[in-house]
Ligand binder design. Sequence first.
Ligand code: SAM
Length: 249
Amino acid sequence: MRKLLIIGIGAGDPDFITVQAVKALATVDVFFMLEKGAAKDAMVETAPRALPAPRQAVAIASVEAPSPPRERRPADYDACVDDLNRAKQETFERLIADELGEGQVGAILAWGDPSLYDSTIRNIEAIAERLGLAYEVIPGISAVQALAARHRNHAQYRRPAGRDHHRRRLAEGWPAGIDSVVVMLDGEDTWRRFADQDIDIWWGAYLGTPQEILIAGRLKDVSDEIHRVRTAARERNGWIMDTYLMRRR
Ligand SMILES: C[S@@+](CC[C@H](N)C(=O)[O-])C[C@H]1O[C@@H](n2cnc3c(N)ncnc32)[C@H](O)[C@@H]1O
């Protein structure tokens, strides 16, 4: 039987890759990649760095998925995501059928932890039966954990209801009854909507990588700075991944 591992490679730093993931990476015959451009390149560089030297030169089969539409109005969002995932499923199905031999182990790498805002598990679940594919998930250190560690946060993460929040929902307004909000996947600087309120922010980009940037403070004091730094960094690197925690005072 062919086997596929969905491996969380942590948020940036190869040292965030768990021992379980290193052991799993060492068994892989073929890697399947659907990340794009510079973000894909960063991923391809991160995972092999955690492997023992002879395995670092591993050949990585790489393919690019169709890009999601840039303008995503909330009303279209779910349909866009479904379309994108269908395209990814077709690509994965073709690739795995063509490239993964009987008895071989394939792997798909996911930034952070594969269970958090990542469609890989869902996409593989949709095609596994047709392919006669067994699959396993290896957890990783997510960007939320990396952000908390870098800013040495603690109490903000105690309330389960306030743990994480999609940028899309935050754009509809601050969630009722919640003091702390963690935001991922924000391409629209949504924190700026709350800059007139009494809120603290802990922001981190490229966490765990050599490009890491951290900014923290009262939102009204640092909102413009984060916007400026984020815009410049995105231009300079050609991509950005950032996560932030906001907490009402
Ligand atoms: C599709 S989600 C994947 C999250 C990932 N599965 C995790 O557990 O961290 C991508 C978002 O994760 C966040 N992210 C991932 N890696 C990051 C990093 N190294 N630094 C800052 N944010 C990161 C960003 O908010 C980015 O938009």
